[in-house]
Design a protein around this ligand. Structure first.
Ligand code: ATP
Ligand code: MG
Length: 359
């Protein structure tokens, strides 16, 4: 049988993004060597804020099209303290996610073994969620504008766009995901008491799509009440679906509750596989720790496990996930964000050793 070769586009980006992606590529190659059935052909792209400062562009105009030739994209982080965040977000991440129609943003959250959640009453296994974020429209559709700069009647609008097609596809994705998990439990989050158009449509479509999934138990929550439930009763939740803005905020809360933003992964999926999906840690470029060698690479390793699963390399994904859990269980391998003294290098070496060690 011939070896499966996966073409990976690696975009480290800025700051610690480059450090954690480099570490992750080492782990991926070690996994491929161990397994023997597959390999990776990696191409590195220097698309970043640093490139923007040099050339005026975060990535080439045909950047998203260049990425279509790959099976998956591994992304670090983009951003720098001296460039406004909305430029970086639109200049790179959204310019990839939108043309490649990565409409489902999936964010698993778990308190990994050995890591203490700031919620003291939560033990291992009691916080195990996956948040599905609508990633193509809603509040981040980019519609709106500004007029009358500097005058008292200066106006700025951000218009949210909710389409039936957009809501139906994310809802169906979320129900399907909930159905694939042991508890078959979905919570649909909106703000339909105050936002009476798009959010009401969202509720309505949830009820419609639910009929296709009679074995999934589902409920509705308003986003404000949801933050209370996440902190007070985390074990009552499993799969969660919310809009672009709401899920953005809820998943940062979730990352905090899992112990550190340094362990929180995400995947921007094109579920129909009509274009490559993109895998990244939730955290940003973190210039405060860049170059110190102390960035926690676990979030990027975890997103690589999601990538392997998406590439149909499930045994390798499982091997990597269990290596990650071995490492987090050992406090000597905790980086400073988890209260330890370990370095990116130490964690990477330990994960490589763990993936090589098992049969
Ligand atoms: P950006 O502007 O790109 O979002 P940021 O510095 O504003 O970057 P984050 O990088 O998301 O924000 O992180 C906030 C803080 O969390 C950082 O200042 C850093 O100290 C810490 N942090 C983030 N990621 C990690 C990581 N992988 N390992 C350790 N600490 C991290
Ligand atoms: Mg930031």
């Amino acid at each position: 049988m011939s070896k499966r070769n996966h073409k990976i586009a690696a975009i480290g980006g800025d700051g610690i993004g480059v450090e954690v992606v480099d570490a992750c590529l080492e782990v991926l190659h070690a996994l491929a060597d161990k397994d023997g059935g597959f390999s990776f052909a990696v191409e590195n792209f220097d698309w970043s804020t640093e490139r923007y400062k040099r050339t005026g562009e975060f990535m080439p105009a045909d950047g998203a099209d260049q990425l279509r030739a790959f099976d998956a994209i591994l992304f670090g982080a983009v951003g720098a303290p001296d460039v406004p965040d909305h430029l970086t977000l639109w200049g790179l991440r959204l310019s990839i996610c939108q043309p490649l129609d990565q409409y489902a943003n999936v964010r698993p959250t778990r308190v990994l073994p050995g890591i203490q959640s700031p919620l003291r009453h939560v033990n291992d296994g009691e916080l195990d969620w996956v948040i599905v974020r609508e990633n193509s429209e809603g509040e981040y559709a980019g519609q709106g504008g500004r007029s009358h700069p500097g005058l008292p009647l200066e106006v700025a609008t951000d218009v949210s766009i909710f389409t039936r097609a957009g809501i139906e596809r994310i809802m169906r994705f979320a129900f399907k995901l909930a159905q694939s998990r042991p508890r078959k439990l979905l919570t649909v989050v909106t703000k339909s008491n105050a936002q009476r158009h798009g959010m009401v449509l969202w509720d309505q479509i949830a009820a419609e799509v639910a009929k296709e999934f009679p074995d999934v138990t589902w409920d509705k929550m308003l986003v404000d009440a949801m933050t209370v439930r996440m902190t007070m009763d985390p074990a009552s939740l499993d799969t969660i679906v919310a809009t672009n803005l709401h899920a953005d905020i809820l998943s940062d809360l979730a990352a905090g509750l899992s112990g550190s933003i340094g362990v929180a992964p995400t995947a921007n999926l094109n579920p129909e596989r009509e274009a490559p999906s993109m895998f990244e840690p939730i955290h940003g470029s973190a210039f405060d720790i860049t170059g110190k060698g102390t960035a926690n690479p676990v979030a990027t390793f975890w997103t690589a496990a999601m990538m392997l699963e998406h590439l149909d390399e499930k045994p390798a994904a499982d091997r990597l996930m269990s290596a990650i859990e071995t490492i987090t269980a050992n406090p000597d391998l905790h980086t400073p964000d988890l209260g330890g003294n370990a370095t990116t290098r130490m964690v990477t070496d330990a994960v490589i050793e763990a993936v090589r060690g098992r049969n």
